[in-house]
Design a protein around this ligand. Structure first.
Ligand code: UFG
Length: 323
């Protein structure tokens, strides 16, 4: 594959890793980011164009100036809790502005589009592992917005071809230590557990231990950000090679509980993880584990990094992270 790919949210956690992976494969990434949440310092493998996905004139300019062949769309608000407090803002940012992006791309003849979605579109699972045919039952406004975009992309009149990638829990950091997770506020378990161990954050609160799981804490499927980046490259290659619209659930197929993650953080770092027990967090399903069979079959994608590797790389990044 070659060509020029616009990566919206290219200055963010997953977007920056996507840019690095594309560049390594000889594809030129153009990061398009408002920098409201992203960090200019994470854009190292191509130009950064500052702009908003809802701003049609900025989009026309960047797409024509760089002669963009395909778009990887990761820009969006991600905090589940905030989405419940500010639903209109999330719909505007994640859905209405994405509609502008899709329609502008289509009007300019862009053919291929890879969209960053989430396993949260499935809600509480009705099967032990979640495959692509699992019914949709989003439990948050955030998940609603991701599903709404999936539906926009699947509309029959759509000329754009698309792959939807539904991430389970993105974690880890660049194995070379160049980029990593830098959310403000940070709400994700792995960086919070690491920061608690390193003394950079207060003790971790476990959100409930009365779930119907082996140790009572929630189970999640953690997937290394570098593995996710690889999936974007493969999705683009799939579309480029004439592949049809598709959606893939991206996880390892193995779940880890919050307690297991705390124990693993302690083992890998050699430090205790100070923590206490708190109440459940609203909207947390007890267990979310992917069935990644389809991605393996169609894209040849299987995650390479296990939980310990995710922790090692995230630990190295958190220790060196600009503060
Ligand atoms: N958790 C704690 N304490 C914390 C933070 C998290 O116990 O301080 C628990 C949560 O309750 C959950 C697990 O750790 O059981 C993982 O929580 P994260 O916030 O790290 O991740 P989520 O599973 O809630 O959310 C992630 C992504 C979302 C995505 C969602 C899909 O961040 O963008 O997966 O379920 F939508």
């Amino acid at each position: 594959m070659s060509g020029k790919v616009l990566v919206t949210g290219g200055a963010g956690f997953i977007g920056s890793h996507v840019c690095k992976r594309l560049a390594a494969a000889g594809v030129a990434p153009i990061a398009f980011d408002s920098l409201e949440k992203g960090h200019a310092g994470m854009v190292r493998w191509g130009p950064l164009v500052r702009g908003d996905i809802g701003d049609r004139s900025s989009l026309i300019k960047v797409i024509t100036e760089y002669n963009i062949d395909a778009i990887v769309h990761l820009a969006g608000y991600i905090e589940v809790g905030r989405s419940m407090r500010e639903p209109a803002l999330f719909h505007d940012n994640n859905v209405a502005r994405t509609a502008v992006l899709i329609e502008t791309a289509e009007s300019l003849g862009v053919e291929n589009f890879v969209f960053s979605s989430t396993c949260a579109v499935f809600g509480t699972p009705v099967t032990a592992r979640i495959g692509e045919t699992h019914p949709f039952a989003p439990m948050s406004v955030y998940a609603d917005t991701k599903l709404a975009v999936e539906r926009l992309l699947a509309a029959p009149e759509r000329r754009l071809k698309s792959v939807v990638l539904r991430y389970f829990n993105a974690a880890g950091a660049d194995p070379d230590g160049e980029i990593g997770e830098m959310h403000d506020p940070e709400t994700h378990l792995m960086p919070l557990a690491i920061d608690a161990a390193l003394g950079f954050a207060p003790p971790l609160t476990i959100f409930g231990d009365d779930y119907p799981t082996p140790d009572g804490t929630c189970v999640r499927d953690y997937v290394h950000v570098e593995d996710l980046a690889e999936a974007h490259l493969r999705a683009l290659a799939w579309l480029d090679g004439g592949g049809a619209n598709a959606a893939f659930n991206l996880g390892s197929g193995t779940g880890h509980s919050v307690r297991e993650l705390i124990d693993a953080t302690s083992r890998v770092s050699g430090l205790p993880v100070p923590h206490s027990m708190g109440p459940r967090r609203e909207g947390d399903p007890s267990s979310l584990v992917a069935d990644p069979t389809l991605a393996a079959k169609i894209l040849g994608w299987t995650p390479k990094h296990d939980l310990d590797a995710q922790l090692e790389h995230a630990l190295r990044w958190r220790r060196s992270m600009p503060r």
